[in-house]
Design a protein around this ligand. Structure first.
Ligand code: HEM
Length: 496
């Protein structure tokens, strides 16, 4: 027995000194060549590699030692058991520039600054009370969308554009009370930011070769992104500052007001604490919330509508539920009270989050100390990528994982709140998304309303089964082709 125990201990101490398995690496490029292929979206390629090397895999992406997690069990180990060791974010070139030295929330390094801004996010920006207080804004913007779609009924509508405009308008109003007139510029800015923010750009893969940034023209590109974002953000922030200095009180606080309350002039003391947000910090957080609020929520609505159009029976069942509930309460407008009863719609959204997590590789993390996971050694400063997309399609956890079956959530408690690791579209642990409540409030209301008021057809005689479902490359996995639809007003709907 003693011999067996000692052999076992020896074996486990040997594996604890070993890195996780992974494909053979080439000099200089490491495993980069394995990410390129016919199907070259990183989350797809990483899932294929995990099929060969297992749910914890070690790669070298350029110079960067990287561990890829592809199962619920390992994700739990990383994001719950050892969350404290893995809650740092790697330095990404884009964040250094566009988010003013990584002083946003999502890409900020773990430490005192992040703790303070995360606290502001949890206690001031995204509380249930604040999400509730934005209800009139949500309802008004969704009603505007429905009216504009009704005017275009029978013709081809670019639903992707409309949904982004909706989430951008809602987020703009709750962030700075006005609608963003700069929608097109902001959308282009978000597109450019998400492409570079993936962490797979050459500068983030070879951080030691600093001149790469200048040689390739990236420095100029980043400076241009900062200039473009300043053009959108500066006037908004300085307008709020001047109102604050004049002592003007607004009826309700927006996000910039909340953040400015934490900004101290030299001799001013606010909130009784020593923590102060610099104006550049406020710009970083503001820009991120505007981006996170519009991009991810519109992406999930776009995918939900795509799946419903592809699956007409599920579309019908979802519409019957919404219409049935409204008819029962003799209402013609979806309000938040009726949304509580839309159980099937919630399952549809959950199933969409499973099949199309808007951030398929979440946001990368970095180990802060050496740690042991599944008996393998993970050295300090290893980048950790959690493939949430692969995890929520794992055939060991999900029956017919490729199929869109909302009913799978009927009799299960599995939820996306960060406690069920087979479904983690919002991440988990200390760095879990703080905007879940806000995102769902927007998504549920908009989808329920669109499904109530319109019947939907695909243009050009496209059959449901032929709808293209390809994804784009970037930190968010949006539809590669914008979703074009023909809305037809539901005969019983009234718009006021
Ligand atoms: C469907 C919508 C959304 C999805 C799928 C989503 C997903 C995520 C994910 C995966 C993370 C990283 C979690 C981790 O590392 O464990 C994250 C972080 C974050 N999200 Fe969201 N998000 C959504 C909507 C929003 C909204 C509406 C906001 C705010 C307006 C928001 C603000 C943030 C922030 C500030 C972080 C950084 C948290 C931190 O690092 O401490 N998100 N989100």
């Amino acid at each position: 027995l003693l011999t067996l125990i000692s052999q076992k201990n020896h074996a486990s101490s040997q594996s604890a000194n070993k890195l996780p398995p992974g494909p053979p690496k080439l000099p200089i490029i490491g495993n980069l060549h394995q990410l390129v292929g016919k199907n070259s979206l990183p989350h797809h390629r990483l899932a294929e590699l995990a099929g060969v090397y297992g749910p914890i895999m070690h790669l070298h992406l350029g110079e960067v030692p990287t561990v890829v997690v592809s199962s619920a069990e390992v994700a739990r180990d990383v994001m719950r058991t050892h969350d404290a060791a893995f809650c740092n974010r790697p330095s990404i070139l884009l964040a250094e520039h566009v988010f003013y030295g990584r002083t946003d929330i999502a890409l900020a390094p773990y430490g005192e600054y992040w703790r303070q801004v995360r606290k502001i996010a949890m206690l001031e920006l995204f509380t249930a009370k604040r999400v509730q207080s934005f209800r009139p804004i949500r309802e008004e913007e969704v009603a505007n969308l429905v009216k504009s779609m009704a005017m275009e009924q029978g013709s081809v509508v670019n639903l992707s554009k409309k949904l982004f405009a909706l989430t951008f308008d809602i987020t703009s109003r709750l962030a700075f009370k006005k609608k963003g007139t700069e929608q097109e510029e902001f959308k282009a800015l978000v597109d450019d930011i998400t492409k570079i923010a993936s962490g797979f750009s050459i500068f983030d893969l070879y951080p030691s070769i600093r001149c790469l940034c200048s040689i390739t023209g990236m420095r100029r590109k980043l400076q241009d992104l900062v200039r473009r974002s300043n053009m959108i953000v500066d006037s908004i922030i300085y307008d709020h500052i001047s109102k604050k200095r004049q002592g003007k009180k607004e009826d309700h606080e927006d996000l910039v007001d909340v953040l400015l309350a934490f900004h101290k002039d030299k001799d001013e003391v606010s909130h009784g604490s020593q923590f102060s947000l610099a104006i550049d910090n406020i710009k970083a957080i503001f820009l991120q919330v505007l981006g996170a609020g519009s991009e991810t929520s519109s992406t999930i609505m776009e995918w939900t509508m795509s799946e419903l159009l592809k699956n007409p029976k599920i579309m019908e069942k979802t519409q019957n539920e919404v219409r049935g509930i409204l008819q029962f309460y003799e209402k013609h407008v979806v309000d938040e009270a009726s949304i509580k009863e839309l159980k099937y719609l919630k399952q549809v959204i959950k199933e969409t989050l499973r099949l199309h997590p808007p951030l398929p590789l979440l946001v990368p993390r970095e180990s802060m100390e050496q740690c042991e996971i599944c008996g393998y050694k993970i050295p300090t400063k290893t980048r950790v990528i959690v493939n949430a997309w692969a995890i929520s399609k794992d055939p060991k956890r999900w029956l017919e994982p490729e199929r869109f079956i909302p009913e799978r959530f009927e009799d299960t408690l599995v939820d996306y709140n960060g406690t069920h690791f087979e479904l983690i579209p919002f991440g988990a642990g200390r760095r879990i998304c703080p905007g879940i409540g806000l995102a769902l409030a927007n998504v549920e209301l908009a989808l329920a309303t669109l499904l109530y008021h319109f019947n939907w057809k695909l243009p050009n005689g496209c059959k449901p089964q032929d709808l293209n479902m390809d994804e784009t490359f970037g930190i968010t996995a949006r539809r590669r082709h914008e979703l074009l639809v023909i809305p037809c007003v539901y005969p019983q709907s009234k718009f006021n």
